[in-house]
Design a protein around this ligand. Structure first.
Ligand code: AKG
Ligand code: FE2
Length: 339
Protein backbone atom coordinates (compact mmCIF):
# COMPACT_ATOMS: atom_id res chain seq x y z
CA UNK A 1 0.00 0.00 0.00
CA UNK A 2 2.54 2.59 -1.09
CA UNK A 3 0.07 5.48 -0.85
CA UNK A 4 -0.16 5.14 2.94
CA UNK A 5 3.59 5.22 3.49
CA UNK A 6 4.67 8.31 5.34
CA UNK A 7 7.29 10.53 3.70
CA UNK A 8 9.84 9.14 6.11
CA UNK A 9 9.27 5.55 5.10
CA UNK A 10 9.06 6.36 1.41
CA UNK A 11 12.57 7.78 1.59
CA UNK A 12 14.96 5.03 2.66
CA UNK A 13 17.68 7.45 3.81
CA UNK A 14 15.18 9.31 5.96
CA UNK A 15 13.81 6.06 7.37
CA UNK A 16 17.30 4.88 8.25
CA UNK A 17 17.94 8.25 9.86
CA UNK A 18 14.93 7.94 12.09
CA UNK A 19 15.90 4.44 13.08
CA UNK A 20 19.42 5.41 14.10
CA UNK A 21 18.42 8.66 15.78
CA UNK A 22 16.44 6.92 18.45
CA UNK A 23 19.46 7.43 20.64
CA UNK A 24 19.06 5.09 23.51
CA UNK A 25 20.42 7.04 26.47
CA UNK A 26 20.96 3.81 28.40
CA UNK A 27 23.50 2.72 25.79
CA UNK A 28 26.98 3.99 26.44
CA UNK A 29 27.73 5.12 22.88
CA UNK A 30 28.29 8.51 21.23
CA UNK A 31 25.04 9.95 19.86
CA UNK A 32 23.80 9.85 16.27
CA UNK A 33 22.65 13.31 15.22
CA UNK A 34 20.21 14.06 12.41
CA UNK A 35 21.46 17.24 10.71
CA UNK A 36 18.44 17.48 8.45
CA UNK A 37 16.54 20.69 8.94
CA UNK A 38 18.59 23.70 9.91
CA UNK A 39 15.76 26.17 10.29
CA UNK A 40 14.11 27.53 13.42
CA UNK A 41 13.46 25.02 16.20
CA UNK A 42 15.23 22.25 14.33
CA UNK A 43 18.36 24.37 14.10
CA UNK A 44 18.25 24.88 17.88
CA UNK A 45 17.92 21.13 18.36
CA UNK A 46 20.89 20.42 16.07
CA UNK A 47 22.98 23.08 17.84
CA UNK A 48 22.12 21.65 21.23
CA UNK A 49 22.72 18.01 20.28
CA UNK A 50 26.06 18.81 18.65
CA UNK A 51 27.16 20.95 21.60
CA UNK A 52 26.19 18.23 24.11
CA UNK A 53 28.03 15.58 22.11
CA UNK A 54 31.13 17.82 21.83
CA UNK A 55 31.08 18.48 25.57
CA UNK A 56 30.29 14.97 26.82
CA UNK A 57 31.88 12.73 24.22
CA UNK A 58 34.05 14.60 21.75
CA UNK A 59 32.53 12.11 19.29
CA UNK A 60 29.26 11.68 17.44
CA UNK A 61 27.87 10.43 14.13
CA UNK A 62 25.87 12.57 11.72
CA UNK A 63 23.17 11.51 9.28
CA UNK A 64 21.20 13.64 6.83
CA UNK A 65 24.44 15.57 6.56
CA UNK A 66 23.99 16.79 2.99
CA UNK A 67 26.93 14.90 1.43
CA UNK A 68 25.88 12.81 -1.55
CA UNK A 69 25.65 9.19 -0.43
CA UNK A 70 26.64 7.85 -3.86
CA UNK A 71 29.83 9.94 -3.72
CA UNK A 72 30.57 8.47 -0.27
CA UNK A 73 30.09 4.92 -1.52
CA UNK A 74 32.19 5.54 -4.62
CA UNK A 75 34.96 7.03 -2.48
CA UNK A 76 35.03 3.92 -0.27
CA UNK A 77 35.23 1.77 -3.39
CA UNK A 78 38.16 3.64 -4.95
CA UNK A 79 39.93 3.63 -1.58
CA UNK A 80 39.60 -0.15 -1.25
CA UNK A 81 40.59 -0.62 -4.90
CA UNK A 82 43.77 1.35 -4.28
CA UNK A 83 44.83 -0.80 -1.30
CA UNK A 84 44.14 -3.97 -3.24
CA UNK A 85 46.57 -3.03 -6.01
CA UNK A 86 49.87 -4.92 -6.23
CA UNK A 87 52.41 -3.44 -3.89
CA UNK A 88 54.67 -2.20 -6.76
CA UNK A 89 51.77 -0.16 -8.08
CA UNK A 90 51.11 1.44 -4.70
CA UNK A 91 54.80 2.12 -4.14
CA UNK A 92 54.78 4.42 -7.20
CA UNK A 93 53.08 6.96 -4.95
CA UNK A 94 55.26 6.37 -1.94
CA UNK A 95 56.29 9.13 0.38
CA UNK A 96 59.96 9.85 0.39
CA UNK A 97 61.29 9.46 3.92
CA UNK A 98 64.41 11.39 2.92
CA UNK A 99 62.58 14.57 1.99
CA UNK A 100 60.26 16.90 3.84
CA UNK A 101 57.35 15.84 1.63
CA UNK A 102 55.24 13.73 3.91
CA UNK A 103 52.43 13.13 1.45
CA UNK A 104 51.94 9.86 -0.34
CA UNK A 105 51.62 6.14 0.30
CA UNK A 106 53.23 4.54 3.32
CA UNK A 107 53.92 0.86 3.77
CA UNK A 108 55.47 0.24 7.20
CA UNK A 109 57.87 -2.46 6.05
CA UNK A 110 58.69 -1.36 2.52
CA UNK A 111 58.94 2.30 3.46
CA UNK A 112 61.67 1.27 5.86
CA UNK A 113 60.08 2.93 8.87
CA UNK A 114 57.12 2.32 11.08
CA UNK A 115 55.20 5.57 11.52
CA UNK A 116 55.14 6.73 15.15
CA UNK A 117 52.13 5.36 17.00
CA UNK A 118 51.33 2.74 14.37
CA UNK A 119 52.05 -0.97 14.17
CA UNK A 120 54.02 -2.89 11.56
CA UNK A 121 51.11 -3.58 9.27
CA UNK A 122 49.09 -0.40 9.00
CA UNK A 123 49.25 0.98 5.46
CA UNK A 124 48.17 4.50 4.73
CA UNK A 125 47.98 7.19 2.10
CA UNK A 126 48.08 10.86 2.97
CA UNK A 127 47.49 13.94 0.83
CA UNK A 128 47.03 17.56 1.75
CA UNK A 129 44.14 18.76 -0.38
CA UNK A 130 44.05 22.33 0.86
CA UNK A 131 46.06 24.40 0.43
CA UNK A 132 48.81 22.63 -1.49
CA UNK A 133 47.58 19.61 -3.42
CA UNK A 134 48.74 21.44 -6.50
CA UNK A 135 52.34 21.06 -5.29
CA UNK A 136 52.31 17.30 -4.65
CA UNK A 137 49.89 15.97 -7.22
CA UNK A 138 52.34 13.19 -8.06
CA UNK A 139 51.52 11.61 -4.67
CA UNK A 140 47.86 11.15 -5.56
CA UNK A 141 47.18 7.69 -7.04
CA UNK A 142 46.38 7.55 -10.75
CA UNK A 143 45.19 3.94 -10.47
CA UNK A 144 42.33 3.37 -10.31
CA UNK A 145 41.87 6.27 -12.72
CA UNK A 146 38.72 7.33 -10.91
CA UNK A 147 40.64 7.78 -7.64
CA UNK A 148 41.84 11.37 -8.18
CA UNK A 149 38.61 13.00 -9.34
CA UNK A 150 36.46 11.05 -6.87
CA UNK A 151 38.53 11.97 -3.83
CA UNK A 152 38.90 15.59 -4.96
CA UNK A 153 35.12 15.84 -5.06
CA UNK A 154 34.81 13.98 -1.76
CA UNK A 155 37.22 16.23 0.13
CA UNK A 156 35.43 19.33 -1.18
CA UNK A 157 32.12 17.92 0.08
CA UNK A 158 33.48 16.88 3.47
CA UNK A 159 35.22 20.22 3.86
CA UNK A 160 31.81 21.88 3.43
CA UNK A 161 30.30 19.55 6.01
CA UNK A 162 33.09 20.25 8.52
CA UNK A 163 32.38 23.97 8.12
CA UNK A 164 28.64 23.46 8.61
CA UNK A 165 29.31 21.55 11.83
CA UNK A 166 31.73 24.26 13.01
CA UNK A 167 28.96 26.82 12.41
CA UNK A 168 26.64 24.84 14.69
CA UNK A 169 29.38 24.49 17.31
CA UNK A 170 30.02 28.25 17.27
CA UNK A 171 26.33 29.14 17.47
CA UNK A 172 25.90 26.82 20.43
CA UNK A 173 28.63 28.77 22.26
CA UNK A 174 26.48 31.89 21.80
CA UNK A 175 28.80 33.51 19.26
CA UNK A 176 28.57 34.24 15.55
CA UNK A 177 28.46 31.10 13.41
CA UNK A 178 31.71 32.07 11.69
CA UNK A 179 33.60 32.62 14.95
CA UNK A 180 35.51 29.33 15.02
CA UNK A 181 35.83 29.07 11.25
CA UNK A 182 37.37 32.52 10.83
CA UNK A 183 39.99 31.90 13.50
CA UNK A 184 40.98 28.61 11.85
CA UNK A 185 41.06 30.07 8.35
CA UNK A 186 43.13 33.17 9.11
CA UNK A 187 45.35 34.40 7.57
CA UNK A 188 45.09 32.46 4.30
CA UNK A 189 42.75 29.47 4.72
CA UNK A 190 42.24 26.29 6.71
CA UNK A 191 43.97 23.01 5.85
CA UNK A 192 42.34 19.79 4.70
CA UNK A 193 44.44 16.70 5.09
CA UNK A 194 43.04 13.46 3.80
CA UNK A 195 44.25 10.11 5.06
CA UNK A 196 43.28 6.62 4.06
CA UNK A 197 44.09 3.86 6.50
CA UNK A 198 44.03 0.19 5.68
CA UNK A 199 43.78 -2.32 8.51
CA UNK A 200 44.30 -5.88 7.44
CA UNK A 201 42.25 -8.46 9.37
CA UNK A 202 44.27 -9.76 12.27
CA UNK A 203 43.93 -12.04 15.24
CA UNK A 204 46.25 -10.52 17.75
CA UNK A 205 46.56 -10.58 21.50
CA UNK A 206 47.19 -6.87 21.55
CA UNK A 207 44.93 -5.75 18.75
CA UNK A 208 45.74 -2.02 18.84
CA UNK A 209 47.03 -0.80 15.46
CA UNK A 210 46.88 2.95 15.99
CA UNK A 211 47.83 4.15 19.45
CA UNK A 212 45.57 6.29 21.67
CA UNK A 213 45.61 9.93 20.65
CA UNK A 214 43.53 13.00 20.03
CA UNK A 215 43.58 14.74 16.65
CA UNK A 216 45.48 18.03 16.75
CA UNK A 217 43.25 19.94 14.27
CA UNK A 218 39.75 21.29 14.75
CA UNK A 219 37.43 18.57 13.50
CA UNK A 220 37.85 15.13 11.93
CA UNK A 221 35.32 13.40 9.69
CA UNK A 222 35.72 9.64 9.40
CA UNK A 223 34.00 7.45 6.84
CA UNK A 224 34.47 3.80 7.44
CA UNK A 225 33.10 0.73 5.78
CA UNK A 226 30.67 -0.88 8.18
CA UNK A 227 33.44 -2.75 9.98
CA UNK A 228 34.11 -1.49 13.46
CA UNK A 229 37.65 -0.76 14.54
CA UNK A 230 37.56 2.77 15.89
CA UNK A 231 37.31 3.07 19.65
CA UNK A 232 36.74 6.06 21.92
CA UNK A 233 37.85 6.36 25.53
CA UNK A 234 35.12 7.20 28.03
CA UNK A 235 36.36 7.26 31.60
CA UNK A 236 38.63 4.24 31.78
CA UNK A 237 36.76 2.24 29.16
CA UNK A 238 37.42 1.80 25.45
CA UNK A 239 34.12 1.70 23.56
CA UNK A 240 33.57 0.55 19.97
CA UNK A 241 32.07 3.01 17.55
CA UNK A 242 29.82 1.03 15.25
CA UNK A 243 29.56 2.95 12.00
CA UNK A 244 26.00 3.82 11.04
CA UNK A 245 25.50 3.18 7.30
CA UNK A 246 26.14 6.31 5.21
CA UNK A 247 26.91 8.40 8.29
CA UNK A 248 30.08 10.29 9.15
CA UNK A 249 31.84 9.78 12.45
CA UNK A 250 32.87 13.20 13.73
CA UNK A 251 35.47 13.82 16.35
CA UNK A 252 36.44 17.02 18.09
CA UNK A 253 40.09 17.97 17.67
CA UNK A 254 42.34 19.80 20.11
CA UNK A 255 41.86 23.17 18.36
CA UNK A 256 38.08 23.06 18.88
CA UNK A 257 38.76 22.40 22.57
CA UNK A 258 41.10 25.41 22.71
CA UNK A 259 38.79 27.80 20.79
CA UNK A 260 35.83 26.81 22.99
CA UNK A 261 37.97 27.37 26.11
CA UNK A 262 37.50 23.75 27.14
CA UNK A 263 33.71 23.59 26.71
CA UNK A 264 34.17 21.12 23.89
CA UNK A 265 36.56 18.25 24.51
CA UNK A 266 38.81 16.36 22.14
CA UNK A 267 38.40 12.67 22.92
CA UNK A 268 41.10 10.03 23.05
CA UNK A 269 40.58 7.37 20.42
CA UNK A 270 42.48 4.50 18.84
CA UNK A 271 42.27 2.05 15.95
CA UNK A 272 42.06 -1.71 16.45
CA UNK A 273 42.24 -4.62 14.03
CA UNK A 274 39.11 -6.44 13.08
CA UNK A 275 39.56 -10.18 13.52
CA UNK A 276 37.89 -11.26 10.32
CA UNK A 277 37.53 -8.38 7.87
CA UNK A 278 39.83 -5.78 6.35
CA UNK A 279 38.85 -2.25 7.22
CA UNK A 280 39.40 0.90 5.22
CA UNK A 281 38.90 4.29 6.80
CA UNK A 282 38.67 7.64 4.97
CA UNK A 283 39.69 10.46 7.26
CA UNK A 284 39.38 14.19 6.61
CA UNK A 285 41.31 16.31 9.10
CA UNK A 286 40.04 19.89 9.09
CA UNK A 287 42.84 21.96 10.61
CA UNK A 288 43.90 25.59 10.99
CA UNK A 289 46.20 27.53 8.73
CA UNK A 290 49.73 26.83 10.00
CA UNK A 291 50.09 30.58 10.68
CA UNK A 292 46.74 30.88 12.50
CA UNK A 293 46.84 32.20 16.05
CA UNK A 294 44.77 30.01 18.32
CA UNK A 295 43.49 30.55 21.82
CA UNK A 296 40.09 30.72 23.50
CA UNK A 297 37.57 32.86 21.53
CA UNK A 298 37.64 36.33 23.13
CA UNK A 299 33.84 36.57 23.20
CA UNK A 300 33.43 33.60 25.54
CA UNK A 301 36.14 34.63 27.98
CA UNK A 302 35.33 36.93 30.91
CA UNK A 303 36.09 37.29 34.62
CA UNK A 304 33.93 34.32 35.53
CA UNK A 305 35.21 32.24 32.58
CA UNK A 306 38.92 33.05 32.38
CA UNK A 307 41.01 31.63 29.54
CA UNK A 308 42.27 28.14 30.35
CA UNK A 309 44.57 27.87 27.31
CA UNK A 310 47.48 30.00 26.16
CA UNK A 311 47.63 31.69 22.78
CA UNK A 312 49.94 30.10 20.17
CA UNK A 313 50.37 29.54 16.45
CA UNK A 314 49.21 26.28 14.93
CA UNK A 315 52.72 25.76 13.56
CA UNK A 316 54.01 25.64 17.16
CA UNK A 317 51.21 23.32 18.23
CA UNK A 318 51.76 20.96 15.33
CA UNK A 319 55.52 20.79 15.93
CA UNK A 320 54.90 19.93 19.60
CA UNK A 321 52.33 17.30 18.56
CA UNK A 322 54.73 15.64 16.11
CA UNK A 323 57.58 15.71 18.65
CA UNK A 324 55.46 14.13 21.39
CA UNK A 325 54.02 11.44 19.07
CA UNK A 326 50.65 9.82 19.66
CA UNK A 327 50.30 10.06 23.42
CA UNK A 328 46.73 10.55 24.56
CA UNK A 329 45.94 14.13 25.55
CA UNK A 330 49.43 15.10 26.61
CA UNK A 331 50.03 17.68 23.83
CA UNK A 332 47.06 19.93 24.63
CA UNK A 333 47.95 19.85 28.33
CA UNK A 334 51.25 21.62 27.58
CA UNK A 335 49.26 24.59 26.23
CA UNK A 336 47.02 24.89 29.30
CA UNK A 337 47.48 27.92 31.55
CA UNK A 338 48.80 26.68 34.87
CA UNK A 339 46.89 28.06 37.86
O1 AKG B 1 40.90 4.18 11.99
C1 AKG B 1 40.20 5.17 12.09
O2 AKG B 1 39.09 5.24 11.59
C2 AKG B 1 40.67 6.39 12.86
C3 AKG B 1 41.98 6.89 12.49
C4 AKG B 1 42.43 8.05 13.31
O3 AKG B 1 42.05 8.24 14.43
C5 AKG B 1 43.38 9.00 12.73
O4 AKG B 1 43.85 8.76 11.60
O5 AKG B 1 43.68 10.01 13.38
FE1 FE2 C 1 42.60 10.22 15.10
Amino acid sequence: MPHVLSDALADPTRAAAEHWCKNDKSKNVPPVIDMGGLKGLDRDRVNREIADACANWGFFQVINHGVDVSLMRKSKEVAMEFFQLPIEEKMKFTRDPGSNVYEGYHHPVLSGQVAPGMTQTLEYLLNVYEPNLQIHRDRVPTTPTTYGPTIAEYTTATRGLAERILHRMSNALGVDQDAMYSRLAAPTGSRSTFRLLYYEPKMAIDNVALMPHTDPGALTLVLSDEVSGLQVKKGNQWLDIDPVPDAFIVNVGDMAEVLSNGRYRSAEHRGVYNKSKPRVSLIHFYSPDLDATLGPLEDIVDDTHPAVFKSFTYKDYHTTFVTMGLSGKSCIETFRIQK
